[in-house]
Design a protein around this ligand. Structure first.
Ligand code: ASP
Length: 354
């Protein structure tokens, strides 16, 4: 007998509850854990053309096995190289951030695309947004189920619709109609995210997992001095079905204006929305004439914690100054400078590995 979708969902919730009680697990898969070191904030870096992040979090340096560390650095490097190649070839910052984020969405170690966390019904609902600093056009998707690369769908919303934000089923259908790769929910599965859901169900709340690879984002500056920003996430583990965080909200999780800043945030989305975090950084630069590092620190280190949450951001100004403030003990990130030097940072205060 065929099981209808609502019934299948109810069954999966029941199954989850039983799993909580029995601590059973689904079959193993190749998930790897990421950890970042305790430490303070980071100072600004000059001459940057592209930067990416893989979520704000905190675990002591040395917590990573060499294999885990390699996996995270390799992923960041691949994303950075992909974006940098676009810029070096004379391409736009918009193309660069989309392609860099796609690499991280395809990597199971991050909470975006494959490897995304589960909601309370054991499903993946994905959020993403992208913004072009030159035109201030933007596109975003929320709660998509079957789109392999939500960031490319967000871009498609920007370029092929009259809308900025599309959600749920309509967004997935829009993806199908526009040739964005469609996939089943199983594609996004990883064992460690499933285990995290089981743990969260024990605590009965939606949780960020500050100690493991999280939301991803990218900011870039191209040869025409134009900025762009992009963010993609699975949101919070055990979030309510239909919950939308800051990542697809322009001005909260993502913002780009080529006269001020390109910024991608990570942290407890509800507070980043209430604090209009990403746009606030731009406004402080535009109206209060603050340098990017001060503007970003004001919002991320003062305002957001005062509203009750922690998190971080990568913020790049039109001169190529990169700020990476975080109120968590760390922020997984990396950047490429104009001369092609790639730096990845899993731990606060680490010296560039090469
Ligand atoms: N900001 C994301 C959300 O609330 C989560 C995160 O960045 O960890 O959906």
């Amino acid at each position: 007998m065929a099981i209808s979708r609502p019934r299948a969902l109810r069954l999966s919730v029941l199954a989850l509850t039983l799993l909580c009680l029995s601590s059973a697990v689904r079959p193993a898969d190749a998930g790897t854990e990421v950890f970042v070191a305790a430490g303070s904030g980071s100072s600004p870096v000059r001459g940057v053309v592209i930067a990416v992040h893989g979520g704000a979090g905190s675990l002591p340096e040395g917590s990573l096995t060499p294999e885990q560390e390699k996996a995270y650095r390799t992923a960041l490097e691949k994303a950075l190289r992909t974006g940098y190649d676009v810029i070096r070839g004379g391409g736009s910052s918009l193309d660069a951030v989309e392609r860099a984020v796609r690499v991280l969405e395809d990597d199971p170690n991050f909470n975006a695309g494959k490897g995304a966390v589960f909601n309370t019904d054991g499903e993946h609902e994905l959020d993403a947004s992208i913004m072009e600093g030159r035109t201030q056009r933007s596109g975003a998707v929320a709660g998509v189920h079957n789109t392999r690369n939500p960031i490319s769908l967000a871009r498609m919303v920007m370029e092929r619709s009259n809308h900025v934000l599309m959600a749920g089923r309509g967004a997935d259908i829009f993806a199908l109609r526009n040739g964005v790769a469609y996939t089943t929910q199983d594609y996004f599965f990883t064992q460690r995210r499933w285990d995290a859901l089981i743990r969260a169900k024990g605590g009965q709340s939606a949780t960020r997992e500050p100690d493991i690879g999280g939301t991803v984002g990218a900011v870039a500056l191209d040869g025409d001095r134009q900025l762009a920003a992009a963010t993609s996430t699975g949101g919070l583990t055990n979030k309510l079905v239909g919950r939308v965080g800051d990542s697809p909200i322009i001005g909260a999780g993502t913002y780009a204006n080529s006269r001020t800043v390109a910024i991608s945030c990570t942290g407890t989305g509800e507070v980043f929305i209430r604090g209009v975090a990403a746009h606030d950084v731009s406004a402080l630069i535009e109206y209060a004439r603050m340098p990017v590092e001060r503007a970003a620190a004001t919002v991320i280190n003062d305002k957001i914690p005062a509203l009750g949450a922690t998190g971080g951001a990568i913020a790049l100004d039109p001169k190529g100054t990169l700020a990476t403030p975080h109120s968590t003990a760390g922020l997984i990130n990396g950047y490429v400078t104009r001369d092609g030097k790639i730096v990845t940072r899993l731990y606060d205060g680490e010296t560039p590995p090469r």
